[in-house]
Design a protein around this ligand. Sequence first.
Ligand code: FAD
Length: 459
Amino acid sequence: MVGSRVVVVGAGISGLTAAYRLVVDHPELTVTVLEAGPRVGGALATSPLEGTGLEVDEGADAFLVRVPWAADLCAELGLGEELVAPSARRASLWLDGVLRPLPAPNVLGLPLDPSTVAPGILAAADLNRLAGAGHPDVSLGDGDLSVGAVVRACVGDAVHERLVDPLLGGVNAGRADDLSCTTMAPQLLAAARSGDGLLGSLRATQRSVDPAAPVFNAPRDGMERLVAALAGRLGARVRRNTPVVSLNRVPDGWAVGTADSGAVVADAVVVATPAHAAAALLAPVAPDGAGTLAEFVHASVVLATVAFRRADLVTPEDRSGFLVGRSEGLLMTACSFADRKWSHLDDGNHTVLRVSCGRVDDDRPADLDDRSLSEALLADLATTLDADARPSALRVSRWPRSLVQFPIGHAKRIAEVDRDLSDRAPGVVLAGAVRYGVGIPACIRSGTEAATAAATHRT
Ligand SMILES: Cc1cc2nc3c(=O)[nH]c(=O)nc-3n(C[C@H](O)[C@H](O)[C@H](O)COP(=O)(O)OP(=O)(O)OC[C@H]3O[C@@H](n4cnc5c(N)ncnc54)[C@H](O)[C@@H]3O)c2cc1C
């Protein structure tokens, strides 16, 4: 008999997707979503920026459209017409105390044409190497490697440290020298191992890419629109303020214990929390898998949304923002020009910046209260953008232990977790950013696959 009750733990984008898929594709199932907090959406949250009349994302503000999952889900939810692409697409880099344009085209910061690298970023020898095919100078073997190992071997240390690490490390607040290339940048690993060399292969692929095609999309009203569309389909199946505190096997399935409203019994359970929370829940039922999950490191990040009167600060019209290398001595790691990127945030009166800080190896933001953190970031904005005026709005959004890191061999570790779950906790399925990556499409993929696994679990 196929079980008929499924509980989803966690109502971030991964859990909401899993629940939505279960409800739509398997209407015969009883689906319950248990969310610890008062709101759903996890790291997707759009809210008013006081004093501006603007609704601005506090966490993620866009998703990649060169992979299918997020765009497909939006289309299915009827949001296709509401999707917009950033108006400004070219980013810069704060390097050696100067803002410099990122080379274009680039793949994860890797320039495909050395003539587009702005002066001062690389030495002549590095540019010469970039003019070649990018064959590795050491054997890359056939296992997983760090992104840093691949890039350093093919195009040298400076390209890695001055371009790729600031960009890729910025994506999940990690160190590209420690990140699995198979998980974070599989296209780089495949290209580096191809007979054409890293750059030769990427250039060939790039020729088939329409340079005008958008790379990112977002709903016009912010990412919360996607959350609301999913939550709307789920209705009363979602129980907020219901932290799950235990998971136990019972004769008729799994008892999912909540902090103060008893247990919900289910035939299958999708655990869609961050890996550290999943590790705690799974420890009694799948100790090896839980142990593996507990080893994952999570970076804590803070996103400050800062609005200046347009009269006080104007950002370049064609720029989407800038990244900051780890050796620049600033607290900020990136600054996105939100009103340049998104026409719906361009009210003609405000310059809206989304300023990020915190990395896996930089916990300074956690040690600063909101006031000290704000002052430090304003000082960084004065340094980088000559933004000396007082802002008209400033909001601090903290995201503790939100961005999981993907060490070398990550895919094997997840396979081990899956094996332990299927051996010792059949019917319990892992979803979330820890599976395929922190990007929204990867999370949606994880939720979609978890729904299929949960629905087909046989009790
Ligand atoms: C500041 C920031 C900016 C980002 N920008 C982008 C971007 O622009 N584009 C992009 O693609 N990605 C971006 N990301 C990454 C992306 O937003 C996240 O990886 C993704 O939203 C994670 O979704 P999730 O559902 O897996 O986890 P989460 O969003 O963390 O949701 C997990 C949910 O589980 C709940 N939970 C935890 N423990 C329990 C428990 N015991 N019981 C019940 N519920 C529990 C939590 O309350 C939470 O609601 C960003 C992330 C951050 C933090």
